[in-house]
Each structure stands twice: as C-alpha cells, then as structure tokens.
Ligand binder design. Structure first.
Ligand code: SF4
Length: 132
C-alpha cells in the first residue's frame, strides 16, 4: 500500500531480481542509509546503482513519474539522453540515437542487469558519460 496515497497495488518481484530482493545484507545496508526508501528498492554500493525489485509490475504512480535510471551526458557535460522505464532511451542526440538504432537489438536477450552493464559500456565507449 502506498502510505501517501493509500492506493493498493499488487506487485511481483521481478524474476531476475529475486536474489537481490532477498539478500538480507543488501536490505540492511539499503535501509540503513535510506530509512524512508520504498520497501522494494535495493541499492548495490559496489555498483553505485539502485534497483526497483518489482520494476515489471511497479505501481502506476511509479510509471507515471517518468524518472530516469541512467542519465547520459555528452563529453561537454550536456544532457544527451536518459534511460527510462526498463529499456527506453529518451534522447534528441542524433549520435546517441544512431548508436542505439544500430546496436540495441544485439542486447535484447540480456537480463536487465546485463543489459544495463552492456549499455553503459556501449555508451561510454562512444565518449558519453553515464550517471546511474
Ligand atoms: S519504482 Fe516504485 S515500486 Fe519501484 S522501488 Fe521505486 S517507489 Fe518502489
């Protein structure tokens, strides 16, 4: 239940995030640093990345928020794009769009974890900066 809106939503742990969600040490460290965090959020310090463990079935309010998971900056620090939702690129940078148009289909079969890592490597090798 959303403690702010009172809205109830049934969610399911994403199959590829079950171990992440059940990891007791990760749960402890996530909420030690972020006591107000959503119960489905997990943060991996080594990766400096946060994950929604119910991403596929997350509530409507989370989908509507339209936040980004990865911020992509060009070499001068200008915003070039964002990865939103699971794998959506929001960008008006023609080079970045061309990179994704040419190569993103090669990553389709990867898990969400592996997709993130592969996309970050792909973007960085093209000279962009990535913030997660
Ligand atoms: S996207 Fe929504 S359900 Fe997922 S961690 Fe964030 S607040 Fe929780």
């Amino acid at each position: 239940m959303n403690r702010y809106s009172g809205e109830r939503t049934t969610v399911t742990i994403d199959p590829d995030k079950t171990a992440l969600f059940l990891d007791k040490n990760l749960k402890k460290s996530t909420f030690l640093d972020r006591p107000e965090a959503c119960p489905f959020f997990r943060f991996i310090p080594e990766e400096e990345k946060g994950y929604c463990s119910v991403h596929a079935t997350r509530p409507e309010i989370c989908r509507d928020y339209g936040c980004w998971r990865m911020l992509i900056l060009d070499s001068s620090g200008r915003r070039a794009g964002r990865i939103m939702e699971s794998r959506h690129l929001g960008s008006d940078d023609p080079v970045l769009l061309a990179i994704f148009a040419e190569r993103a289909h090669l990553l389709e079969k990867l898990s969400d974890f592996d997709w993130d890592d592969a996309v970050i490597r792909m973007i960085r090798s093209a000279g962009y900066l990535v913030r997660t």
